[in-house]
Design a protein around this ligand. Structure first.
Ligand code: DGY
Length: 328
């Protein structure tokens, strides 16, 4: 017996293979080829759809949820982070929220390592010299950077991506320190020879590199504030592939300018695309446009995860990647 297909609105264009599979299974519409839907477009989608598939560029707040249609039952986010969705308000309205954990882990950790290397080994400064045709040849003192081996990596947030960073950094000979809400099980901690810091301040003081790998939630907002950044060694650097809001970007910028911190590698920013213009002027800073998970493979696997969550829901079961307010 044929079943009525659920109506799905996807706010952006996705890889073709993902769109075709979604269209086979659902009455799917895809928006935003030119960019994100505006608020009106989102409100309209949330009126019409059984399932909304947003991305991190769609802010789904309590007001939008209050105006959503009675048929909206699932927000199947195309992405791991859900700080753009008011999960509590969705829950209160009986709307489930799911995400796509796991499939971005390796790519994001690769980018964290790439940023760390790029800053410590001054790769963008070297490249700028080459592009400007200014290379005068090898010199014993040219563009000297810092060796990774023996340095301490302090990981803020030891979830999947934090652990993937730790595994990679161990291969470079780094010492792993971490701060997390909960200490890892010894079976995970021991192979990484990782030192747990219950107090974030202590980890910040010990680290040569801090990698931000925790999600943005009310309790992680500005965890690296001016006071904590001042605890860092002046030779230390910060790498952020998670969310910009975890760092006080203005304080970081000031300290990078005055040389109180040695450098930063950033893929995400406190005000989204509104990057502090002063950051762009600094040679000891590598800036990327939120591309940690930007691989062909990840984008397809993210789509497959969304489809699995939607299909499980359509079959009357709990989506495997359900996000609940108490998890945040
Ligand atoms: C996510 O999925 O939240 C990532 O930040 C996208 O790159």
């Amino acid at each position: 017996m044929s079943r009525e297909r659920l109506s799905v609105v996807v706010t952006r264009r996705l890889p073709e293979i993902v769109e075709s599979r979604m269209s086979e299974l659902f009455d799917a519409r895809f928006g935003g080829a030119e960019g994100p839907l505006d608020r009106e477009g989102l409100a309209h989608a949330m009126q019409a759809a059984d399932i909304l598939v947003p991305t991190l560029t769609d802010r789904i707040d309590a007001a939008l949820l209050a105006g959503s249609g009675a048929r909206l039952k699932l927000i199947a986010n195309y992405g791991a982070g859900v700080d753009h969705i008011d999960v509590g308000a969705a829950r209160a309205r009986g709307v489930l929220v799911s995400n796509t954990p796991g499939v971005l882990t390796d790519d994001t950790a690769d980018m964290g390592i790439a940023l760390m290397l790029a800053v410590l080994r001054r790769m963008t400064e070297g490249m700028a010299k080459m592009q400007a045709g200014e290379w005068a040849g090898w010199a014993p003192d040219a563009l000297l950077g810092t060796r990774l081996r023996g340095k301490t990596l302090g990981i803020l947030g030891m979830g999947r991506i934090g652990q993937a960073m730790a595994r990679r950094a161990r291969a470079f000979g780094m010492e792993i320190h971490y701060h997390n809400r909960r200490r890892l099980h010894p079976g995970l901690e021991h192979p990484l020879a990782a030192t747990f810091h219950e107090r974030l301040d202590a980890m910040v003081q010990a680290a040569d590199v801090i990698s931000v790998n925790c999600p943005h939630t009310p309790s992680t907002f500005h965890l690296l504030n001016a006071r904590r950044l001042k605890l860092m060694k002046p030779t230390a650097i910060v790498v952020n592939t998670s969310r910009g809001e975890v760092i006080d970007e203005n304080a970081l910028t000031r300290m990078l300018r005055t040389g109180e911190l040695a450098g930063a590698g950033l893929d995400v920013y406190e005000r989204g695309q509104g990057v502090n213009p002063r950051l762009r002027e600094l040679p000891n800073v590598v800036l990327l446009p939120h591309m940690g998970s930007a691989t062909h493979e990840a984008r397809i696997e993210m789509g497959e995860k969304v489809i699995l969550n939607m299909q499980t829901f359509a079959d009357g079961h709990r989506p495997p990647d359900l996000v609940l307010p108490h998890m945040l």
